[in-house]
Design a protein around this ligand. Structure first.
Ligand code: ADP
Ligand code: DP6
Length: 334
């Protein structure tokens, strides 16, 4: 028997991926940019066992057995086998996979990103796959390709029909902006009503605003936010991050029929952050929201105590953001 265990953190997009140009290959309509969390905070942990005695492939997620007949899982497996070292017996053995997340699954906190990155990385170790594996992780879940590297990552949408140039690369390392922190405010950890996959399919089909965003907005934003990150220009970084989150949620409303991931607590957080930034006359905190009501706040280390105190003061414990994590992005470990 051969066993590999890996951990992979979630990543948080500051320029969002929303919309596919090819559903089967998971090719996005635009580039996206993210920060990978510190693996100690929000992460998937996956053990893959291969044995010639296993009769079939099996997977358990958070202690519950799930079907292995999941097209995305099978797609990743097919590609991993094609890229495996020839003559490696393990490829012909069935595998048993156990994975657990140390944070809510399917609640808009990017469990699919950490989960598929971890799964693909672990099987790639088992099969001794060499070279880029972000394109394989992408076929599990688009955003998973950004959790293979640590630090600041760009997922290039690519232009080739086969998707071979749609990969993620790191453009600034973990140690580049060490003062940066991420607070995750868990407003609601229920499973979301519309998965990202379903939501973006509907937006792609019905939102003209999404088309405008992909054609005319994102390219410039990507260039500007990469520059801001490289120059540690928090003001520009914060403004682009908040605008991009707001544009993504506006597209959800422009979708027909519309849907909303933000709730009234999320809206209060948005108003609070703007009031706080206005008080200082400069952005001190940037919010961003994925496909759920939970906020991610980017801020500098020196401002963490005051912002945490403010949040704890404004939101009584039962309706409040209940958890926060400091995240210095690092890449995952074996
Ligand atoms: P989220 O917002 O948390 O990413 P999604 O609904 O987009 O939620 O994705 C959740 C799905 O991702 C799960 O139903 C499962 O298929 C997959 N997933 C989540 N965590 C893991 C994991 N640790 N290992 C393998 N797959 C996972
Ligand atoms: C709002 O990567 O979960 O979090 O590719 O269909 O699995 P699929 O979607 P997924 O979508 C993530 C959407 C987002 C924005 C982002 O992470 O860029």
């Amino acid at each position: 028997m051969t066993i590999v265990t890996c951990v992979a953190p979630v990543n948080m997009a500051v320029i969002k991926y929303w919309g596919k140009r090819n559903e089967d290959l998971i090719l996005p309509l635009n580039d996206s940019i993210s920060a990978t969390f510190n693996v100690e905070y929000m992460r998937a942990k996956t053990t893959v066992m291969a044995s010639p005695t296993f009769k079939e492939n099996k997977i358990w997620l958070n202690g519950k057995e799930e079907s292995f007949e999941n097209p995305r899982l099978l797609h990743c497996m097919k590609e991993l086998k094609q890229r495996a070292q020839k003559g490696n017996d393990v490829i012909n053995w069935n595998i048993h996979v156990c994975s657990e997340n140390n944070f809510p699954t399917a609640a808009g906190l990017a469990s699919s990103a950490a989960g598929y990155a971890c799964f693909v990385y672990a099987v790639a170790q088992l099969y001794a796959v060499e070279g880029d594996i972000t394109g394989i992780a992408r076929k599990g879940s688009g955003s998973a390709c950004r959790s293979i590297s640590g630090g600041w990552v760009q997922w290039h949408m690519g232009h080739l029909n086969d998707g071979s140039d749609s990969i993620a690369t790191q453009f600034a390392s973990v140690s580049h902006w060490t003062e940066m922190r991420i607070l995750t405010l868990v407003v609601n950890d229920n499973r979301k009503k519309y998965s990202s996959t379903v939501g973006m399919r509907r937006s792609t089909a019905t939102s003209s605003f999404l088309k405008h965003r992909a054609d005319s907005v994102v390219t410039e934003r990507v260039l500007n936010i990469i520059k801001a990150i490289k120059e540690k220009d928090f003001k520009t970084f914060a403004e682009i991050t908040m605008r991009d989150s707001n544009q993504f949620h506006a597209i959800c409303l422009d979708t027909f029929p519309p849907f909303m991931y933000l709730n009234s607590v999320s809206m209060t957080i948005i108003e609070l952050i703007h009031a706080y930034n206005d008080f200082y006359g400069t952005p001190k905190v940037a919010y961003t929201f994925d496909a759920g009501p939970n906020a991610c706040l980017f801020l500098l280390e020196a401002d963490v105590p005051e912002v945490v105190a403010l949040i704890q003061h404004i939101f009584p414990s039962d309706v409040a953001p209940v958890e926060y994590f400091k995240g210095i992005p690092v890449h995952h470990q074996n």
